[in-house]
Design a protein around this ligand. Structure first.
Ligand SMILES: Nc1nc2c(ncn2[C@@H]2O[C@H](COP(=O)(O)OP(=O)(O)OP(=O)(O)O)[C@@H](O)[C@H]2O)c(=O)[nH]1
Ligand SMILES: [Mg+2]
Length: 250
């Protein structure tokens, strides 16, 4: 059985550190886990990837050969991802892990909104797959920001069409806000009442309407709070992943 877990989220939301912690967590709990880095622009990583897209696509060579700037080269590198799926798949099959943790590019729009990321997610062969979307704890401290990140999370779900778990990262940095954020995530009423306090009525209405639409459409963030700075901060996330990945199996 190979389970693939794609770690997505906004730039700097803690994807790579979460990848390293999840990898460690699975290894310590007797599973064979491997890491696949899909971020061609990563300068350094907090883990040693077993498979690394940087071995297949080199940003600096693209910049030089095609006269591109760093963003143009990242766009091109992302678009090339799909063309390397066969080689990457071969490596995955050789390693044959229980869990393949996939760290995705910081620029979520490159991975989720261009063609190649969704192609990669749907065509990578695994027995089951899940996407973790990281709600950056530092970004969702106000109810309006919370709604805007929830919209992005739902857009990622629309694009990747994969079972999704929403994680609230950097729990250790937001202890004073944690209860509020979990309330907004768990209760439409709590979120609406927080949004009603927004002074500008235009934004209050817009955000409430958007939040309601998400709820009506069945998109409930149901955040799993994690910290990559505390030991065993991953236990709740691993439990949520186990529920999602084991669905449909005995
Ligand atoms: N305190 C604290 N810091 C964290 C946590 N998770 C990540 N960070 C810090 O946040 C910064 C970004 O973390 P990364 O793991 O590189 O985030 P990323 O989403 O992979 O970033 P990009 O790939 O560049 O988009 C680093 O300085 C991390 O040390 C956490 O749970 N707690
Ligand atoms: Mg990263």
């Amino acid at each position: 059985m190979v389970y693939a877990v794609f770690i997505t989220g906004t730039a700097g939301s803690g994807k790579s550190l979460l990848t390293s912690r999840l990898l460690q967590w699975y290894q310590e709990n007797g599973n064979y886990a491997a890491a696949l880095n899909l971020d061609p622009g990563a300068a350094s990583l907090p883990y040693t990837p077993d498979i690394d897209v940087r071995d297949y696509v080199d940003i600096s060579i693209l910049m030089e050969n095609y006269g591109l700037g760093p963003n143009g080269a990242l766009v091109m590198a992302s678009d090339m991802l799909a063309t390397r799926l066969d080689e990457i798949q071969e490596r995955v099959d050789e390693i044959n892990p229980d869990y393949l943790i996939v760290d995705t590019p910081g620029q979520i729009e490159l991975f989720a909104f261009r063609a190649s990321g969704p192609y990669f997610v749907s065509n990578l062969a695994a027995d089951n797959k899940a996407v973790v979307f990281a709600f950056d704890g530092m970004l969702v401290s106000s109810p309006i920001n919370f709604v805007s990140i929830a919209l992005l999370a739902s857009a990622v779900k629309l694009r990747l069409k994969c079972a999704q778990i929403n994680a609230l990262t950097k729990k250790d940095l937001i202890s004073d806000k944690l209860k509020d954020i979990l309330d907004w995530a768990g209760s439409t009423q709590a979120l609406e009442s927080a949004l009603s306090q927004e002074k500008d009525s235009e934004y209050s209405l817009l955000s409430k309407d958007l939040a309601r639409s998400l709820t009506r459409a069945g998109f409930a963030p149901g955040l799993v709070a994690v910290s990559s700075n505390t030991p065993n901060g991953q236990v709740n996330l691993a439990a949520a992943l186990a529920r999602t990945l084991n669905q449909g199996e005995d």
